[in-house]
Ligand binder design. Structure first.
Ligand SMILES: Cc1cc2nc3c(=O)[nH]c(=O)nc-3n(C[C@H](O)[C@H](O)[C@H](O)COP(=O)(O)OP(=O)(O)OC[C@H]3O[C@@H](n4cnc5c(N)ncnc54)[C@H](O)[C@@H]3O)c2cc1C
Length: 403
């Protein structure tokens, strides 16, 4: 390839390995080749060994590969949160913001409030800030959600990593150093490293292995259009309003808001994968197709039929209530399963399982809800399906079903 370009442009061309990643595309292929199923956890352990990250000899540092069971805490009321470090726009950033406002003024978001790090030195400051003010609590509250607090203890480093302002290697090394110096606990540091050395590398591998066909995946045959409230935030479902409002304001919402609020709703509602996928690509500061697409199609809406995730991340209102303070002030009641005041996530969840029973019931990780469903009468199933259909028809009329 380098030779072709060299000839074409009459210039010497040298192709270098992309320093924004630990592994090459060829390395992922070597791992994936011949495996019947791909699972992030297996790939991640190999990467830990290969790059000697969080290892003590040939054993995982801290005595385990994964500390996830310690990482699913709800945020206690009144917990102090770090304030987000902001970076005042310089002349170049202001010029770009003006251009964006001028050409794309009617699009979602607001360029005037842009304050992400855009230089190497700002990105390094953002990393230092995270190591002190975020990392020690990152693990505990990684999955937590709180009204008016979209950032919590997350790093906000994805744009800098994706742009190459920070290398994943230096970020993981800095996190490991913080643990070895006793400045952050192992559950936080391992959880953080897994996102970068595990998930980020893994989804990139999936993207390049599966494209271009991957973009058209629709294993669950979902065809509804995206509701308008994804663009405006105007919905009386408070969790969605929160996630979309922070998206509009900051071009950010954290992983669990993306996966378990906006993604989960799209999954349960049967939104066409391509519609929700284009939305994620349009709205986030860190959005790049190689990472966004597998996260959306593979993780959020199970459009790839399980190539990437071992089960759909489908959840009812109970999960959202457990992990957030959104439900308390919502116009719907999370305690009600059906009826006009019931949380729509509740009946949508069961209707999703009923609709997809033939596709999902053999999945061992879905055994529990399908055991519950097996005790339901046909009339009860019909009632849930009816409520879900009526709600969805109200907010998003179906178009081109089966197209
Ligand atoms: C539907 C959906 C769409 C997404 N689209 C993008 C996208 O376009 N660009 C993007 O960078 N991330 C995307 N993610 C992954 C993840 O949500 C973001 O990387 C993360 O929220 C960015 O915020 P942060 O920097 O504060 O991350 P933190 O929570 O602090 O995590 C640390 C770093 O780990 C990496 N990371 C964490 N989770 C993932 C993941 N699932 N896949 C890949 N890398 C991960 C990121 O580089 C992130 O900066 C998406 C997730 C979902 C569910």
């Amino acid at each position: 390839m380098a030779e072709g370009w060299s000839n074409r442009f009459g210039l010497p061309v040298e192709l270098r390995t992309d320093s924004r990643f630990f592994s090459t595309r060829a390395r992922f292929r070597a791992w994936a080749d011949g495996r019947r199923s791909w699972r992030m956890e297996h790939f991640y352990r190999e990467m830990r060994r290969e790059h000697d990250i969080l290892m003590d000899g040939d054993q995982p540092a801290g005595g385990a590969w994964n500390f996830d069971t310690e990482n699913r805490k709800r945020l206690p009321d009144g917990t102090p949160l770090p304030s987000r470090r902001r970076y005042a726009p310089d002349h170049t950033t202001r010029q770009v913001a003006e251009l964006v406002a001028d050409r794309f003024g009617a699009h979602i978001g607001n360029a005037e409030t842009f304050d992400w790090p855009v230089t190497r030195s700002q990105a390094l400051k953002a990393l230092d800030d995270f190591l002190v003010n975020g990392l020690p609590w990152f693990g505990d509250y990684q999955d937590a959600m709180k009204e008016g607090a979209p950032f919590l203890y997350h790093s906000l480093l994805a744009p800098a990593l994706n742009l190459g302002l920070l290398s994943p290697r230096e970020v993981c090394a800095a996190a490991e150093k913080a643990w070895r110096a006793g400045r952050a606990p192992i559950n936080a540091v391992e959880g953080f490293v897994r996102q970068i050395l595990g998930w980020r590398e893994y989804v990139r591998g999936i993207y390049w292995e599966m494209m271009p066909g991957y973009a058209d995946s629709n294993a669950l045959e979902a065809h509804r259009p995206l509701p308008d409230f994804y663009w405006t935030g105007e919905t009386d479902m408070r969790c969605l309003r929160e996630a979309i409002t922070s998206t509009r304001k900051y071009a950010y919402s954290h992983h669990i808001q993306r996966l378990m609020i906006t993604g989960n709703f799209a999954l349960l509602a049967g939104i066409a994968p391509r519609e929700i996928e284009r939305w994620y690509l349009a709205v986030y500061a860190d959005a790049v197709e190689w990472v966004e697409m597998p996260n959306t199609l593979g993780m959020a809406v199970f459009a790839d039929g399980g190539r990437m995730a071992s089960k759909p991340y489908a959840a009812s209102g109970a999960y959202i209530n457990r992990m957030s303070d959104f439900c308390a002030g919502c116009s719907y009641s999370v305690a009600l399963k059906t009826g006009p005041r019931a949380c729509p996530f509740n009946y949508l969840y069961w209707a999703f399982l009923i609709r997809n029973e033939d596709r999902l019931k053999m999945n061992p990780r879905m055994a529990m809800p399908y055991r519950t469903l097996s005790k339901w009468s046909a009339a009860e199933k019909k009632r849930y399906l009816g409520e879900a259909e009526a709600f969805l028809d109200k907010i998003l009329p179906i178009d081109n079903r089966g197209s």
